[in-house]
Design a binder for this molecule. Structure first.
Ligand code: SF4
Ligand code: SF4
Length: 186
């Protein structure tokens, strides 16, 4: 076996996990505030939970709170749906879905309608823990890292993330307007 092959086999990638313990969530929404402040432009300049990449879904009858972190963007409505039954209560088909998609307003930037996605608070220097985890004082959110076999994905520049699909879905004019507003805020 060549040295090159050995190096490829031994490569590890870091997997970041935010563990959600629904039983410990009290619905305080500090996670939403912290996320929106961290991602404000400039950073920490404003606090608007509508721009948060984590949403706490409230189930009033059972009085439970379920934190949901924004996942990948879906540019089309999905052709299948999930239904959750928790403690005998059937929940809305899209209630716990992590995607920003055309079917609903969740995980969309309120001014521009652009999709929001959790980036685990990627920053330089790297945070010890994501902001939502740091501000969850009841430990409903906890953070773990582990290593798995495989190569790290090359991380695109923040402005490059999904730009092509955003332009496809929202049009160049809307994207350009949102970028101009961000530049003015700087
Ligand atoms: S900060 Fe923690 S306890 Fe408060 S709403 Fe968010 S997940 Fe729940
Ligand atoms: S990890 Fe960071 S980006 Fe993701 S929801 Fe928590 S605060 Fe927001």
């Amino acid at each position: 076996m060549t040295t090159e092959n050995k190096t490829t086999e031994n490569k590890k990638k870091k997997i970041k996990v935010i563990k959600i313990d629904v039983d410990k969530c009290n619905g305080c929404r500090a996670c939403e505030v912290a996320c929106s402040m961290f991602h404000a432009t400039p950073q920490y300049s404003s606090n608007d939970p509508a721009k948060s990449r984590i949403k706490v879904i409230h189930e009033p009858l059972k009085d439970i709170f379920v934190p949901v972190l924004a996942g990948d963007i879906s540019t089309a409505e999905c052709s299948s749906r999930n239904k959750y039954v928790i403690d005998g209560k059937e929940h809305d088909e899209c209630a716990f879905c992590r995607s920003s998609c055309p079917s609903r307003d969740l995980f969309k930037e309120p001014d521009s309608g652009l999709p929001l996605k959790c980036d685990t608070c990627e920053d330089d220097p790297t945070l010890e823990e994501p902001m939502c985890v740091q501000w969850c004082l009841s430990d409903a959110l906890t953070y773990e890292e582990r290593e798995e076999e495989g190569e790290e994905e090359e991380k695109p520049d923040k402005m490059e993330i999904g730009l092509e699909s955003l332009v496809d879905q929202y049009g160049l004019e809307k994207i350009a307007g949102a970028v101009a507003r961000m530049a003015q805020a700087d």
